[in-house]
Design a protein around this ligand. Structure first.
Ligand code: SIN
Length: 478
């Protein structure tokens, strides 16, 4: 494992901060590092540094920025094992998943380093013979990124990759649960030659105060946030004062629909992948398993068989499939939702309670006879629990699936091509997995409809979030 970098990173300097805060391993509660605890004053310093660095960074050619980003990408990949161990220690996910996240995270740097070289504007057919018209793309300016603990590398690179590639400078506020991966990324960026002030990392426990500074400062022209809808709405309101560009990747309540005509093996495999990755702590996790009557019992039995066999334990154990949840609050929430469902008549085919591997572990669970009246239908579970709801018709499944203010991810399994088109088009979600439980990739647009957010990350859309369009009109042409 890396010797964790524990100081914050502002203007190319490592800062120890006025106080420190503890980062613990969620598998055993052991303190693994004491990290710089910064606040509003240092956040302003980080914005100052980003402002100072902006003119030179944005003036580089896209190709020059790309070369630096490619070096950063290579360094991240070269350090996969150390980064994965660090991630497992602070976040808890199994090592094999952590390795996967390092590759996934690096891929955003590579993709946007390539993509920025092709951020074309347009020439516009003129409306007057004395004029010539065109549009060009320019960097938005100073950007702020507030990132979550569930993907402590990929959620940073997914924002910082396009921002830097576009010519923006960035202030990142990583989650206080997982600052070490963010700081390790910054260290590698420094080695790769990212100039001082282009990337700044403000670590700290007072997320509200740091966030307020980032939202209020008129020099920050864009905020990108991944996290809860509740906090996203606060940031949305706070950014109104300076009319910032916003990307919000917020909560989900993903339906996972299994129709009678599904391939049962594929549906079970997809459910396992979608539901239990990162112990169910992803925004795109299947949250509500909607299963048609004719296949309900067979699907439930097969799923419970597989889930009941999952190895639960510390992510550093190579056999572990399900690691700890991030903190006590997360375990309490999952337990409350499961107990609420059980009290109202649901049954646990497997699991249903905490796990004796430690205080922050919950046993992988499959619940049957769950109904939309139970709280678990409307809440994002963020834990290794699959509630199975029964439906009869396609129309009922679509109504149930869309019956949520959220619209991030959705999934369905059917072997009928007509149904695949119909349902794919009817679902009110930004992403639809059709006979597929894992769809995240740097090349496709990731983001939600409705209260799941604004904007897209990844793909060419992900770069345009960090670019302004400028219309140039040349007059007096003879
Ligand atoms: C998230 O949970 O916010 C991201 C999941 C992913 O990128 O697949």
């Amino acid at each position: 494992m890396f010797d964790p970098v524990t100081d914050a990173f502002i203007g190319g300097h490592w800062m120890s901060g006025p106080t420190r805060f503890a980062v613990t391993n969620p598998a055993n509660g052991v303190v693994i590092a004491e990290v710089a605890n910064l606040g509003p004053v240092q956040t302003v310093e980080a914005i100052d540094a980003a402002e100072k660095a902006l003119p030179a960074w944005s003036a580089l050619t896209a190709k020059a920025r790309s070369a630096i980003l490619m070096r950063w990408n290579a360094l991240i990949l070269e350090n996969t094992e150390a980064l994965a161990e660090l991630m497992t220690a602070e976040q808890g996910k199994p090592l094999h998943e952590a390795r996967g996240e390092v590759a996934y995270g690096a891929a955003f740097i590579e993709w946007f380093a390539e993509e920025a070289k092709r951020s074309y504007g347009h020439t516009i057919p003129t409306t007057a013979s004395s004029k010539r018209m065109m549009s060009i793309k320019q960097p938005v300016g100073i950007c702020a990124a507030i990132t979550p603990w569930n993907f402590p590398i990929a959620m940073i690179t997914r924002k910082v990759g396009p921002a830097l590639a576009a010519g923006c400078t960035v202030v990142v506020k990583p989650s206080e649960e997982t600052p070490l991966c963010a700081l390790a990324l910054a260290r590698l960026a420094e080695i790769a030659g990212v100039p001082a002030g282009v990337l700044n990392i403000v670590t700290g426990t007072d997320a509200a105060a740091i966030g307020q500074v980032l939202c209020d400062d008129p020099r920050v022209r864009k905020l990108s946030f991944t996290g809860s809808t509740e906090v996203g709405k606060i940031l949305y309101r706070q950014c109104a004062g300076t009319v910032k560009k916003l990307s919000l990747e917020l909560g989900g309540n993903a339906p996972f629909i299994v129709f009678d005509d599904a391939d049962l093996d594929a549906a079970v495999a997809g459910a396992l992948a979608s539901k239990y990755r990162n112990a169910g702590q992803t925004c795109v996790c299947a949250n509500r398993m909607l299963v048609q009557s004719g296949i309900y019992d067979a699907f439930a039995e097969r799923l419970a068989q597989e889930v009941g066999a999952f190895a639960v334990g510390s992510g550093s154990d190579p056999d572990t499939v399900i690691g700890p949840l991030i903190n006590d609050e997360a375990v309490n929430k999952v337990e409350g939702l499961v107990n609420g469902a059980l009290e109202m008549g649901a049954k646990a085919l497997t699991g249903g309670a905490r796990h004796d591997a430690g205080a922050q572990f919950f046993t992988p669970t499959v619940l049957i006879d769950v109904t939309p009246q139970m709280e678990i239908f409307s809440q994002e579970i963020f834990g290794p629990v699959a509630p199975l709801f029964r439906f009869e018709t396609e129309a009922e499944a679509i109504a149930l699936a869309n019956g949520t203010p959220y619209g991030l991810a959705s999934y369905f399994y059917s072997q009928n091509v007509n149904r695949c088109w119909r349902v794919g088009e009817a679902l009110e979600f930004g992403m639809v997995g059709i006979n597929e439980g894992l769809f995240s990739t740097e090349v496709a647009p990731f983001g939600g409809w409705k209260e799941s957010g604004l904007g897209r990350e990844g793909a060419s859309e992900g770069l345009s979030e960090y670019l302004e369009t400028k219309y140039l009109c040349f007059g007096g042409v003879q």
